[in-house]
Design a protein. Structure first.
Length: 189
């Protein structure tokens, strides 16, 4: 491969190919370099260390597989309606990612689950959307994190075995009914 054509995206695409081929997420920098026909140093020109590589892989997968499916409704909807739709579409996007390729879902979430700082970084796009809907300007995402954490049984991979049960939507709506008054207490439509 032409070394001049190596960039972050190409490295990340190569890692995805290796994960699918090897059926594991424990890919070494050496394996990536060999697959690309470059040296370790060529990889490290784009990433400062192995951790940064895996963070980029996790974020890319999450953005392309989950966040690309998320919707917030229209601006004519109330804030509470938009938030409801955002949470429901986020939950269904995670469920869809798991159902379409459970193996890739698990391989891509194992690293994130064991790294709380990365988990927060991966979830930042959904936190930003929640903040935007509720018109909360704080970048610490306190409210967004609290709102999303109420729905962990619908989003954390540890609960994946419950995602395809027939009462999935009923359970979501029950949780929504429980938390909605608290959310509404700080929303102004």
């Amino acid at each position: 491969m032409d070394k001049e054509k190596i960039n972050r995206d190409k490295i990340l695409q190569t890692i995805e190919v290796l994960i699918q081929r090897l059926k594991c997420s424990d890919i070494t920098i050496s394996q990536i370099a060999t697959e690309l026909g470059v040296t370790h140093a060529a990889i490290y020109k784009h990433f400062k260390n192995r951790q940064e590589v895996w963070e980029a892989v996790s974020i890319k997968w999450f953005d392309e597989t989950v966040m690309a499916e998320v919707t917030t409704g229209s601006l004519t909807d109330t804030k509470i309606e938009r938030l409801h739709l955002l949470l429901w579409s986020f939950i269904n996007a995670k469920k869809k990612a798991y159902n379409q390729n459970a193996e890739m879902f698990m391989l891509n979430t194992q690293y994130v689950e064991s790294n709380p700082y990365l988990l927060r970084k991966v979830l930042e796009p959904i936190y930003r959307q929640i903040n935007q809907i509720i018109d909360y300007k704080n970048e610490n995402f306190e409210h967004a994190e609290l709102i999303l954490s109420a729905f962990t049984v619908f989003t954390l991979p540890a609960f994946k075995s419950t995602w395809n049960k027939p009462d999935f939507e009923i359970r979501f709506e029950s949780m929504w009914t429980l938390v909605k008054p608290g959310i509404q207490s700080f929303l102004y439509d």
